[in-house]
Design a protein around this ligand. Structure first.
Ligand code: NDP
Length: 503
């Protein structure tokens, strides 16, 4: 194991070389200020906008991006990764000279071959494991933060030493820098975003859903699991003390309970899903998919964000956050305020909000059986009849045809209990639908029961909750399945019309 510190770095390598920081955003501002405070010669390159004003206020000489690339001997490219493929060939590459160094804070564009690099320059990585604000604050506090350093091209023979000097200049080697390849940095970063983070998110939402279903008060569930900040504090202690050592901070009941039950959650399926994600990252499948998504204006990203915001959990969190922020001393981010007795009006308002939280939860918790006794369950024959009418309407519906524009996707629904199946095909503005299996294999297969589908398509049951509760399963692309949320209201409208005629 090798971790590089200040003693391994020679800041002198940067003396007499002008550093151009291209992009004055999160990382750009923090790194430019730290490098200057380390006694180095720094200019900033940015588009002419409010970031330029900020850089000037901070006392920097600000140039256009091509001018900065031409003036700099060491050029830090601190613009968003998705902007680099367009900007680099036009505004940076033509201005780099033999002997210059090009520096990235992320391995993504180099690892996935999105840039053509001039062969006679050093190409190095100095990637802080810290957000920009932390890079600056920790430097000013005389402390450090970890970073990954790497070399993609070593034209000068000194590229590694140069990366170390830069890591020292921004204050990272005070804590420690670790050597990786550009590909390793990019893959680890994407793995955390695409596998570790989402797996953890699903654990959290499953736990919330189960506890709410079992009738625990929503505010207690959210506080217990994460909103008190206790869990994030424990994570900080794990980083500081170690996974096993930090358990000493918890009661013996907690230690025994968590260790004796831990093995239950060793799920081979989890590991294979993570491997699937890692394979997509390493093979470049994800990078290609994301480039295509951006070229199309990122419609799937917009749909995914909308679906995430429609989760009942999001609404509950927002409410509880308001409650906590308005309760002196309880809000996790607020400094303790003197406790005063609220006036009657304020107390009433708080009580009303509390009531809203409970009403909201009752609505979220409502289940088909309890929610609509007046809507009798359909027999298999009735379900078939309703679906027949629903699908005929769906094929002619203008809203579904609009959704079908620019899409080629089939959804195949299988109702396990009644043995019925049907499909909806969206094909470049056309919608075809019918009972039975689709003519060609579907991209998404949804399996559920007739009562659950009926609940979802009459608006009595939230599709996300059905999914989290295991009442609905799907095979295929998760992101495609989530875009179907966009037409959920239209499917409900058409199905409810088809269901009205059931005697
Ligand atoms: P920001 O989004 O904060 O900064 C973006 C900068 O790029 C701004 O100066 C912005 O200026 C400029 N910019 C954006 N779009 C364009 C464009 N089309 N043309 C020209 N300039 C543009 O980025 P970050 O600081 O977050 O990220 C920079 C690099 O650092 C990335 O490689 C990232 O992966 C890496 N990184 C980021 C970390 C973080 O915590 N944020 C951590 C570690 C690495 P304006 O739009 O005003 O012109």
């Amino acid at each position: 194991m090798k971790v590089y510190h200040d003693r391994d770095a020679d800041l002198g390598l940067l003396e007499g070389r002008r550093i151009a920081v291209v992009g004055y955003g999160n990382q750009g501002r923090a790194q430019a200020l730290n490098l200057r405070d380390s006694g180095l010669d720094v200019v900033v390159g940015n588009r002419d906008d409010e970031y330029v004003a900020r850089a000037r206020e901070d006392g920097f000489r600000v140039l256009s991006i091509p001018e900065a690339a031409a003036e700099g001997d060491v050029v830090l490219l601190l613009i968003p990764d998705e902007v680099m493929p367009d900007l680099f060939p036009a505004k940076v590459a033509p201005h780099l000279e033999h002997g210059d160094a090009l520096v990235f804070a992320s391995g993504y564009t180099v690892a996935f071959d999105l840039l053509t690099l001039p062969p006679d320059v050093d190409v190095v990585l100095v990637a802080p494991r810290m957000i920009g604000a932390g890079v600056r604050d920790l430097y000013q506090a005389g402390r450090g933060f970890p970073s990954f350093i790497g070399v993609a091209q070593d034209a000068s023979g000194q590229a590694r030493a140069l990366a170390l000097a830069l890591a020292c200049g921004i204050g990272s080697t005070r804590m420690g820098a670790v050597a990786v390849t550009f590909a390793q940095e990019a893959e680890l970063d994407l793995f955390t975003e695409q596998c570790f983070g989402p797996a953890f998110g699903q654990v959290l939402t499953s736990a919330v859903d189960l506890l709410l279903e079992e009738g625990y008060p929503p505010e207690a569930v959210l506080l217990e699991l994460y909103m008190s900040g206790e869990f994030s504090y424990t994570l900080a202690k794990i980083a500081e003390l170690g996974l096993v050592e930090q358990s000493a901070l918890h009661s013996r009941t907690s230690q025994y309970g968590s260790m004796s039950r831990g093995m239950r959650f060793v799920l081979p399926e989890l590991r294979s899903r993570m491997r699937q994600g890692l394979d997509e990252i390493r093979s470049g499948v994800f990078a290609r998919e994301w480039a295509e998504e951006q070229a199309a204006g990122a419609p799937t990203l917009a749909a995914l964000k909308e679906a995430a915001l429609s989760l009942p959990l999001h609404e509950l969190e927002t409410r509880l956050r308001q409650e906590l922020a308005d309760t002196p001393g309880l809000g996790p981010q607020r400094p303790a305020a003197p406790v005063t007795v609220p006036e009657a009006g304020v107390r009433r308002e708080a009580a009303e909000r509390q009531g809203t939280l409970r009403r909201l939860w009752r609505r979220v918790r409502s289940r088909p059986a309890a929610a609509a006794p007046e809507m009798a369950a359909l027999s298999a024959e009735q379900m078939e009849e309703v679906l027949g009418r629903f699908l005929a309407r769906a094929a002619d519906d203008a809203a579904l045809q609009a959704y079908a524009r620019g899409r080629r996707m089939t959804t195949h629904y299988r109702l396990r209990d009644v043995g019925l199946e049907f499909y909806l095909r969206f094909d470049e503005g056309q919608v075809s639908a019918g009972l039975g299996a689709p003519p060609a294999p579907a991209e998404i297969v949804l399996k559920t029961e007739a009562g659950v589908l009926d609940g979802m398509l009459t608006g009595r049951l939230n599709a996300m909750r059905a999914f989290l509760g295991g009442k609905l399963t799907f095979e295929g692309e998760g992101k495609l399945a989530i875009t179907v949320q966009q037409i959920q209201d239209d499917l409900q409208r058409l199905y409810s019309q088809a269901r009205e005629r059931v005697k």
